[in-house]
Write a protein that binds this ligand. Sequence first.
Ligand code: SAH
Ligand code: SF4
Length: 428
Amino acid sequence: MNSYDGERMSELLESQGMKAVEDAASADLVVLNTCHIREKAAEKVYSQIGRLRRPDGSSPMIALAGCVAQAEGAEVLARTKMVDIVVGPQAYHHLPELIKKAASGKVVDIDMPLESKFDALPERRQVGASAFLTVQEGCDKFCTYCVVPYTRGAEVSRPWSRIVKEAHALVDKGAREITLLGQNVNAWTGEDEVGRNQGLDGLIRALAKIDGLERIRYTTSHPNDMTEGLIEAHGEIDKLMPFLHLPVQSGSNRILKAMNRAHTAESYLTLMYRLKEVRPDIALSGDFIVGFPGESEEDFQATLDLISEVGYSLAFSFAYSPRPGTPAADMDNQIDPEISRERLQRLQALLNQQQFDFNQQTIGRKATVLIERKGKKADQMIGKSPWLQSVIIEAPVAIGDLVEVTLTDAGPNSVKGQWLNQKQLATA
Ligand code: SAH
Ligand code: SF4
């Protein structure tokens, strides 16, 4: 979502006559968009700010945006003299006025205004083959370790008509794939153009009708908002890709309860089986936290067992990071960081092995690949398979092409594809 917000801020500043430059030191204004989810991400920004100081001691105007800005507010200005503007994730549409005000003094805007920032943003500009579209923001779930409900605010769904309009604009500007974004994207609800209540599955069905839009994905989902309708959509909508990122965090019900996740390992597994039933080739992904307060070796083992049961194609895993203001940060049974580190290594060894196994299982399959960018070597192009694998192809194909390949070699993080369209080349 920060990537999407960064794009939107950049579009907004461009609409004000600004131009992007390659080198931050030569910029008049630098916007740093920040993440507060774990301590490491939040701390990195301060060293980055320091690096913006020029040899003569001057610096560009600096706007600190995103969730660190939201969480720390005016404290940012106490911590560093270099920042001129502090702007939260729900207020960045105010950037043009904030920049004007900053000419005569420091400004902080961490409002969560009732009006939607999206309504104040300019039209989408040219985008790549695969684009993001935020449909939902914020969270009311209050997992005990997480800052999102505090930094992004309450759960809000963008209106149907605005989303459909933005999706059309993205396709007109070059997107062939759209990934719908939200902190709890599958909690999206709204009314369609005739006033019927719809969930994310209804929205996806409507977007699938857009000519020129070939692929739809969505992230990140919460297990408790995974409705039967959405699961069935995976078996019915061709444009909906066979991939789902569904974080579980832990395989231990005791820890899930302490995390306030409001689901169990069993209810999560039931969802995973149901998804495999409706879409047998679906690739499954998840998020995991190790070392949550009170996690015993037995709890950790339950997480490993759950991972073995599911078989993930991709995963993100983290050592628990205490976040100021969250209930878990004040729990008295914090885990020694050394133990967390060691558990994380064991967990990641298993997940990496599963990712490699998944890639190997796809070898020999025919797949459609959406070409997204150039590879490292001159004749290489890189795209995504339906299962979100990076596919490396050596063929005269262009960004935005959807090409047929046979998957030939598996690496831990990518696969190779043999282009099946030689005939077309001969006649071209
Ligand atoms: N809304 C999504 C994910 C939001 S945050 C969900 O509920 O699953 C993205 C991921 O960051 C989470 O899934 C979690 O694995 C991780 N995360 C969040 N807070 C964390 C913390 N305090 N320490 C470590 N990892 C954390
Ligand atoms: Fe954070 Fe996700 Fe839990 Fe919301 S549901 S509090 S975003 S981890």
